[in-house]
Design a protein around this ligand. Structure first.
Ligand SMILES: *Cc1c(COP(=O)(O)O)cnc(C)c1O
Length: 405
């Protein structure tokens, strides 16, 4: 076994340089706390980018993984397996879905969603009904199709030609969608109920309701990308349930595995029928280990008081960050829902979100950014209240550091 000591320098030697990780190398986590190689302790408000929804080393998830590890790991989709079918049944019971497709990442779940939307329109209307309307600033993943549907041109730079038939409207602006949508050409409208990477920007309820209506009028499918907003983040299992607007296709990943890679695309029976045998697939999709862990995540989040507890934690965190924002003049607003919050930098601190993230590490609190102007928080849904208090104290110290007080 390779027991070579590992340092941050090794990253620069052996890794493709598409990331720029910080100095700290965490080696262990428990609940909402993480320890690095030097035994320095951090409170985790980042959650591995909205992934570790039950914190680190959750005993229930550890046992689900260990129990399945001793039974069977993988079978491929040539055979099916019990954990995948159980999880699919659970997801159908808890949501609008009647059919499930499993994948390994958010991008793959979205890729499946976009392909299915096209295939459905192709089958029921014809090949010219292939256009996808997405939104500026949206993020749907990094495969060439999903990054093209995403609305951040910088992520496409140097990778063109991009797939065609994709248009971008303005988020929260129904009129801009009306200008693009067409009964003959539009197959789907794709939206994040809360734009995550794009700056933690929640959709207005009227906007989503309007999209639902426009899609119905134009015989287009409404696709919700809930890769970030799903699995309890908003205090509802899925954000669509909070908004009261039901999509035709929904993608879920990130928190679904609580730290184990797994994703799913949910849809109805009628739409699912367009993916006939052989039209789409994934080697690892529906992997038994992944589905066993996801099952425990979904069961744990959907049963008991976890969803109810999100609101109280959200209020505390939101209020704490707003207070800090007011005291030091660093934030203009704190937005988002549940435990997906974005603290927007004030005019004076435009472009400086990264400095606060770095200062947070120095003070022992991990946060995220969403673009240059937003500090993003996506902690465990069960972060203990004292950890939240301590995280706020540490973050205030980080702010003091940056503003020089
Ligand atoms: C993270 C994210 C994705 C991509 O998920 P990956 O697992 O990184 O492929 C897609 N959509 C949204 C909304 C996301 O937040």
């Amino acid at each position: 076994m390779n027991k070579q000591p590992v340092s941050r320098e090794l990253f620069d030697e052996v890794m493709v340089p598409n990331y720029a990780p910080g100095k700290v190398i965490p080696v262990r986590g428990e609940g909402s706390r993480v320890w690095d190689q030097e035994e320095r302790e951090f409170i985790d408000l980042a959650g591995g980018i909205a992934v570790t929804c039950l914190g680190h080393s959750h005993p229930g998830l550890v046992s689900a993984l260990m129990e399945q590890a001793e039974k069977i790991w993988h079978l491929s989709n040539v055979m099916t397996n019990e954990p995948a079918l159980r999880l699919a049944k659970t997801l159908c019971d808890l949501t609008f879905a009647e059919r499930v497709f499993f994948a390994n990442s958010g991008a793959e779940a979205n890729e499946a969603a976009f392909k299915l939307a096209r295939r459905y329109a192709w089958q029921h209307t014809g090949p010219e009904k292939n256009e996808i309307i997405a939104f500026k600033n949206a993020f749907h993943g990094r495969t060439l199709f999903t990054v093209s549907v995403g609305g951040q041109p910088k992520y496409l730079e140097g990778f063109e030609p991009a797939p065609g038939g994709i248009q971008h409207a303005d988020f929260n602006d129904l009129e801009s969608v009306k200008k693009l949508i067409s009964k003959d050409r539009t197959c789907a409208v794709v939206v994040e109920p809360i734009q995550g990477e794009g700056g933690v920007m929640p959709a207005d309820e009227d906007f989503l309701k309007g999209l639902r209506k426009l899609c119905d009028e134009h015989n287009a499918l409404l696709v919700f990308d809930e890769v970030q907003s799903g699995v309890g983040r908003t205090g509802h299992l899925y954000a669509y349930q909070m908004y009261g607007v039901t999509p035709d296709i929904l993608s879920t990943a990130k928190s679904l595995g609580g730290g184990f890679p797994v994703a799913a695309m949910l849809t109805t029976t009628k739409i699912a029928e367009s993916f006939v045998v052989g039209t789409h697939g994934s080697t690892y999709g529906g992997n038994a280990l992944a589905c066993a862990v996801a099952q425990r995540v979904v069961d744990t989040v959907s049963q008991g008081d976890i969803l109810k507890g999100v609101a109280a934690r959200s209020d505390k965190l939101r209020k704490g960050m707003m207070d800090i924002g007011e005291r030091y003049g660093v934030f203009s607003e704190v937005r988002g829902a549940g435990l997906l919050l974005g603290c927007v930098m004030s005019d004076q601190w435009q472009g400086k979100a990264k400095e606060f993230l770095a200062a947070g590490i120095e003070e022992g609190v991990m946060v995220l950014i969403a673009g240059p102007n937003v500090i993003r928080l996506a902690p465990s849904l069960i972060i203990p209240e004292p950890d939240l208090d301590e995280a706020l104290t540490r973050f205030e110290a980080a702010v003091k550091r940056v503003v020089g007080q």
